[in-house]
Design a protein around this ligand. Structure first.
Ligand SMILES: Nc1ncnc2c1ncn2[C@@H]1O[C@H](COP(=O)(O)OP(=O)(O)O)[C@@H](O)[C@H]1O
Ligand SMILES: [Mg+2]
Length: 331
């Protein structure tokens, strides 16, 4: 296994909310701490060449996990092994084979041309000149960023900056790359190019990826496997197609009808079938596929009017995940 995470825990000490001004003054001198468990006994393993989406609501512990994987933070308990080594104890050695991109942080210097920052990385990672050039050429072509290399970072747009940071993370031919919110706040054109680039690195170089993102288009277009965490605990670890199969219960039927007997109505005859939308010729129903089936619904409609067209859709992965989190929060 390239990456092994065993019973991983991270606790942060947080100053207690003093509750009143008087107590706040007192707490300046004797602050009281709470222990907050941001990552709570997580286990997973990742093989070389996998692309894993690490998802979960805000504050669920994704970035904290990535920081432990890259050795920035030391685990409170449990263990991370990357190529058999603990990143927090062998940071330089491990990170020789690892690239990291944090969506809200840049590795480039603010006021020197991007290429100068790349040269510093080249020295740091001891990248041979021909390898450096080959990579730079390939990356700039793939992400269409030739003209950015001579520009200082401060003159780049958010999307351009991210492209430059992503290229920076790949210059030393890493085996593993962690991407923490790589497309946050970006325009769709930049997102598209970045996804294309990452897919290419995964397919051609077999680079292993762990990607956290709010944008499920990132996850769907890049990852085959998903790890969902909630309140620091692992909830689902499976192939995306299995998550879809096992949890996609809510279905929508969209019908075009010659005339719609439910026009403007809000209640459908079969219990559990909701009318989402109903106009003269269009009817949209939603139901739980474990409680009802579409054939029965369509038969009932066909008895009353002529059906001109019908389509049935499942949930997208984002709303499936949202439902799983809701269910987990009720536990
Ligand atoms: N340095 C820190 N000190 C105290 N609490 C922190 C620190 N960093 C993160 N947290 C808390 O830990 C939880 C998980 O944070 P994070 O890993 O950033 O979540 P995510 O990336 O999933 O949004 C949050 O509740 C956050 O407020
Ligand atoms: Mg985060």
């Amino acid at each position: 296994m390239q990456i092994e995470v065993n019973h991983l825990v991270k606790e942060y000490k947080r100053k207690k909310d003093p509750g009143s001004v008087g107590k706040a003054l007192a707490s300046m001198f004797h602050p009281q701490y709470d222990v907050f468990r941001a990552v709570d006994d997580i286990n997973f393993q990742i093989r070389k060449g996998e692309a894993v989406g690490y998802v979960g609501p805000n504050g669920s512990g994704k970035s904290t996990t990535i920081k432990m994987l890259s050795g920035v933070l030391t685990p409170t308990a449990g263990k991370v092994l990357v190529n058999g080594l603990e990143p927090s104890k062998n940071r330089m050695k491990v990170n020789k084979h690892v690239g990291v991109v944090f969506g809200n942080r840049s590795v480039l210097w603010w006021d020197v041309p991007v290429i100068e920052s790349y040269r510093v990385l080249q020295q740091l990672y001891e990248i041979p000149e021909n390898r450096f050039r080959q990579n730079l050429e390939e990356f700039t072509e793939l992400m269409e960023m030739e003209e950015l290399l001579g520009t200082p970072e401060r003159q780049l747009s958010l999307g351009q900056k991210m492209k430059c940071n992503i290229a920076a993370a790949f210059l030393h031919d890493p085996e593993i790359v962690y991407l923490d919110e790589p497309t946050i706040g970006l325009d769709s054109e930049s997102k598209y190019k970045i996804r294309k680039f990452i897919r290419r690195m995964n397919e051609e170089r077999k680079t292993t990826f762990i990607v956290t993102s709010h944008d499920f288009q990132d996850i769907e277009s890049l990852c085959r496997r998903i790890i969902l965490i909630n309140h620091g605990k692992l909830v689902v670890d499976d192939k995306i197609e299995n998550v879809r199969k096992n949890f996609d219960r809510r279905k929508q039927v969209r019908l075009e009808l010659e005339n719609n007997p439910w026009n403007q109505k809000t209640v459908f005859e079969i219990p559990g079938v909701e009318i989402l939308h109903s106009q003269e010729s269009e009817l949209v129903l939603e139901f739980d596929s474990e409680e009802n089936d579409s054939i029965r619904i369509i038969n009932l409609i066909a008895e009353k009017t002529r059906i001109l067209d019908v389509s049935i859709n499942g949930q997208d992965i984002e709303s499936i995940i949202r439902d799983i989190v809701k269910q987990d929060n009720r536990k």
